[in-house]
Design a protein around this ligand. Structure first.
Ligand code: PLP
Length: 400
């Protein structure tokens, strides 16, 4: 359609949202569907956070705020960075957006010129490439297969850096694999990046608090303080605090970058919701013991799902360090036929046939840039997960 800008031809609608919509449509038709596509905790927002939002409304905090977020919230974020990450960001070096998504979007809009390259380890969170494309940049993908623990290898990174490389995106623990980088992994990548001062690092730490077993979260500007001047440390309240609908994310970085990002935001959404900002202050300054309790539940769900999927014929599922996703391989079912005679040619065929046969909605690995895999979000009730995994086992057993 000629009325629509050409840049729209470069991107695709979010495939994860597409899966959720398809599952909802089947449910509306009366089908028994279990949706494992959505990336949000099934726990409710804690009460002390809700109360802070209600109090903000009653106090009349219902007006525009500073574009980059209220000073109070930025102070709470600054304290969080210091307390949890050992990072010094003044409130002026912090920007708050409508979800982590807007912070990333602002960063690319503020920094990319046509043809600038952004290195994205694959599999990746679905929005990175399309955000880069919307900002006229070129995504450069580096495959990080299961054999590498889905982590970027320093030598692979070195090979892809060019004079046009502007950003490297790191995301740990990762959506979609749940894989996490330990401090030593980040140190090895830092040694490569020190040789390439033109490359900035955008670290998406959204799943920082969702880690299991003995995994210790680390972020790159903490591991290599020299990167403080060329890192955007992005985070948010959506996942750890069960606040996906409140839409608050934030970033800390060099003042010049933050100023440019604020300028972008000032012409799109202005400030994020004043009420959500008040709630986020309570989240960041308040108790976090509920996170440990949630993590116990997530961990037991992860273990259940990994073990049940590894019992499904043709599926092999690594045990990830964090987030609430697993990213099993379905290589063992490629080329097989369903009882209806459909051939499973790729992971897209697998997830479509699974949804039709057993009503289990998962997302094909192709959407995240590494096949043949699929992503399961285990942020859903344990009984449903058990039922879904049984259905997957049953489905795989019918393939010949
Ligand atoms: C890796 C990653 N980064 C960023 C986001 C965006 O978070 P928000 O909901 O705060 O925009 C998500 C949400 O799914 C995510 O998985």
């Amino acid at each position: 359609m000629p009325f629509i800008a050409q840049r729209l031809a470069r991107i695709k609608p979010s495939p994860t949202i597409a899966v959720s919509q398809k599952a909802r449509a089947l449910k509306a038709e009366g089908r028994d569907v279990i949706g494992l596509g959505a990336g949000e905790p099934d726990f409710d927002t804690p009460d002390h956070i809700k109360r802070a939002a209600k109090a903000a409304i009653d106090r009349g905090e219902t007006k525009y705020t500073d574009v980059q977020g209220t000073v109070e919230l930025r102070k709470a974020i600054s304290a969080k960075f210091k307390r949890e990450n050992g990072l010094d960001y003044t409130p002026e070096q912090i920007t708050v957006g409508t979800g982590g998504k807007q912070v990333l979007y602002n960063a690319f809009m503020a920094t990319l010129d046509a043809g600038d390259e952004v290195i994205i380890p694959a599999p990746y969170w679905v929005s990175y490439p399309d955000m880069v494309l919307l900002a006229d940049g070129n995504p450069v993908f580096i495959p990080c297969p299961a054999a590498n623990g889905f982590r970027l290898k320093p030598a692979d990174l070195e090979k892809e850096i060019t004079p046009r490389t502007k950003w490297l995106i790191l995301n740990s623990p990762s959506n979609p694999t749940g894989a996490g980088y330990r401090a030593a992994d980040l140190r090895a990548l830092a040694d490569v990046l020190l040789r390439h001062p033109q490359v900035w690092i955008l670290t998406d730490d959204m799943y920082e608090h969702l880690v299991y077993d003995d995994f210790k979260f680390a972020t790159i500007a903490e591991v290599e303080p020299k990167f403080y001047a060329r890192t955007l440390t992005m985070n948010g309240v959506s996942k750890a605090y069960c606040m996906t609908g409140w839409r608050i994310g934030y970033g800390g970085g060099p003042a010049e970058l933050i100023k440019a990002m604020n300028a972008v935001q000032s012409h799109s959404t202005s400030n994020p919701s004043s009420i959500s900002q008040a709630a986020s202050i309570a989240a960041l300054n308040g108790p976090i013991d509920f996170i440990a309790r949630q993590n116990e539940v997530f961990k037991s769900r992860r273990d259940l799902v990994v073990s049940m999927l590894n019992q499904a014929k043709g599926i092999s599922c690594p045990r990830p360090e964090g987030a609430f996703y697993v990213y099993p391989s379905c290589a063992g079912v490629i080329g097989k036929k369903t009882p209806r005679g459909q051939t499973i040619g790729n992971d897209g065929d697998f997830v479509t046939a699974l949804l039709e046969a057993e009503g289990v909605a998962v997302v094909q690995g192709e959407a995240f840039g590494l096949s043949p895999h699929f992503r399961i979000s285990y942020a859903t009730a344990t009984e449903l997960l058990e039922d879904a995994c049984r259905r997957i086992q049953r489905f795989c057993a019918t393939l010949t």
